[in-house]
Design a binder for this molecule. Structure first.
Ligand code: FAQ
Length: 304
């Protein structure tokens, strides 16, 4: 009976709130997705964070610092949303450390030049926005409200990345080559961010039924490609896909085959930076233990 009422609530576009009854599978599905989203925001600070001390100007440094700090904030909103489902922050971090929980494949690629910071803002934040705008309408209230706030900041991130790429594409020959090289390396991993094709996505069926996801992986990927190709053309960079072509009939770009072996290799822990990312997180977490202990002790003291 409760399951019928739950589904009716979903169909009526009413949000599910923490105290409402929900099927156990819905709760677990959300914990999986929201926690992986949170871990992505936090691990995602590393590739760009490596460039804070090497930013080419004070202005660029201030903007990057603010951007990376925003990602930490996004991680915290998402961990809080996830905790409303009855799981502790400690358990969530443990799941990341023992690799029970995933984080986005994109953050396992290295940032080799300043142009990569531009490519991440433009493409990675660009892909994240397409996904997250859709998730603003997700059925779980705390996740949906977190997404609204996060989307506002992500659009600033996308523009700062596109600005870096624009400046470099219009700069010296070497700068333009760096921008093109960054696009060449980040294009395919960015379109992999949307996950496997719908036909190979085990979680999509329930996610769509419960309106956790409002659009499928392939629909979102297509929307990102359609938005991004003209942006590359405007700044004179070439998308590294010989099969990319406007399809008048479909009203979308056709694009080449994604290398799914590469995708699963990275998802399963064997990408270029998987070890480095996880080791760095564990080290920072261990070194921050005294801060967490002190905060807990203080909270206890003032509540007595
Ligand atoms: N990487 O059945 P599906 C950001 C896994 S944005 C790793 O299709 P689902 C902002 C998937 O978990 C990035 N694993 O799964 C930022 C599942 O395995 P599981 C984060 C992936 O959940 C920018 C299996 O494959 N955004 O951080 C990936 O329906 C710059 C089968 O897949 C979000 O997380 C992948 N790319 O769809 C920060 C958005 N794709 O869990 C810093 C919220 C799939 O069963 C700097 N999440 N897998 O063991 C979602 O929308 C969905 O969870 C998808 C996957 C679309 C990621």
């Amino acid at each position: 009976m409760s399951e019928i009422i739950f589904q009716e609530r979903i169909e009526a576009e009413k949000k599910i709130e923490p105290k409402n009854w929900m099927p156990e599978k819905y709760r677990k599905h959300l914990i999986r997705q929201i926690s992986q989203h949170a871990h992505s925001e936090i691990i995602g600070m590393q590739p760009e964070g490596e460039w804070i001390t090497r930013a080419p100007s004070l202005r660029a440094k201030m903007i990057l610092l603010a951007k990376v700090q925003d990602e930490a904030g996004h991680g915290l909103y998402l961990y809080s949303a996830c905790e409303t489902l009855g799981i502790s922050r400690e358990e969530l971090v443990n799941q990341l450390h023992n690799q029970e929980a995933k984080y986005s494949s994109i953050f396992n690629y290295p940032t080799l030049s300043w142009a990569d910071v531009g490519a991440i803002g433009w493409l990675v934040d660009g892909a994240a926005i397409v996904n997250q705008v859709s998730l603003q309408r997700t059925s779980y209230g705390p996740y949906s409200r977190g997404m609204v706030k996060i989307c506002k900041e992500e659009s600033f991130h996308q523009r700062q990345g596109y600005e870096i790429m624009t400046e470099m594409a219009r700069g010296t020959k070497e700068q333009k080559e760096m921008a093109q090289d960054a696009l060449n390396r980040f294009w395919w991993p960015s379109i992999m961010m949307f996950g496997p094709h719908d036909s190979d996505s085990p979680n999509s069926g329930n996610a769509m039924k419960w309106k956790i996801k409002r659009q499928t992986n392939d629909e979102l990927r297509q929307s990102f490609i359609d938005k991004t190709v003209p942006q590359a053309e405007i700044i004179g960079l070439k998308i590294p896909d010989p099969d990319l072509k406007w399809n008048e009939e479909r009203g979308h770009y056709d694009f080449g085959e994604i290398d799914w072996d590469e995708f699963w290799n990275v998802v399963n822990g064997n990408g270029p930076c998987n070890d480095q990312r996880l080791k760095h997180h564990k080290k920072a977490h261990d070194e921050g233990r005294w801060v967490r202990d002190a905060a807990k002790a203080y909270a206890k003291k003032i509540s007595n």
